[in-house]
Design a protein around this ligand. Sequence first.
Ligand SMILES: O=C1O[C@H](COP(=O)(O)O)[C@@H](O)[C@H](O)[C@H]1O
Length: 251
Amino acid sequence: MTELPKIKYEILADADALSKQVADWLLDIASGTSGTVAICLSGGNTPRRLYERLAAAPYRDRFPWSRTHVFWGDERFVPRDDPLSNYRMANNALLSRVPIPAANIHPIPTEGLTPEEAARRYEQELKSFYEATRGETMRRLFNATLLGLGEDGHLASLFPGTDALQERERWVVAVLGVKAETRITLTYPALENSSNTAFLVAGEGKNKVLDRFRRHDETLPAVRFKPLGELRVVADESAAGARDLHERTQN
Ligand SMILES: O=C1O[C@H](COP(=O)(O)O)[C@@H](O)[C@H](O)[C@H]1O
């Protein structure tokens, strides 16, 4: 039988409480890290409130932005100003509002390249960053990784039934033909190389998939994710369902 990873579940009253919990968690990690802090951001809608919170007091002034680098776990292959762009969402909600150096922002390229070239280029950027800042101390690629849980169990743009799920060498691949727009996604080996990871899960629409996740339904890409560091699931009550309220940690 596959050994189950230890997962910490945190169930918060609503999406606002969820965003505060995750903002505090990120601030703790960043403050407790000496030197460069690398955060892998998620896209979609769920993290928007968190990003807005980080851009406001007290987080805006307390966060060590000057030594923080941000990356993305996945991107839609659209121009940066497209409403679907994960970069655009994070930039509007957070990055354009805090004193983070432009050189510390590492968007997935989506213009002037083929999807395959974009994936290769981002992989090279991640590897260069890793070698420059992580090699000597054997630290993880990311200090913190944020992930969403899609209703079909996808994380980043690792969708059920796709070849990307089998990838163990490449750190970044292009995913064509699943969604209307091509995606660029980090693969399991890159996403798993994180000291701390949190799935952010909010809203009633996530009820069924979160239930399947908790039952370790291995058909879900999110269940097959086995990070090297700590893993937590931070959910609101509508995603978790009332029966979960007294059952907050699971091995
Ligand atoms: O398409 C995507 O969806 C997932 C889940 O988004 P959510 O808003 O339903 O939590 C997201 O994590 C990913 O970055 C995004 O590209």
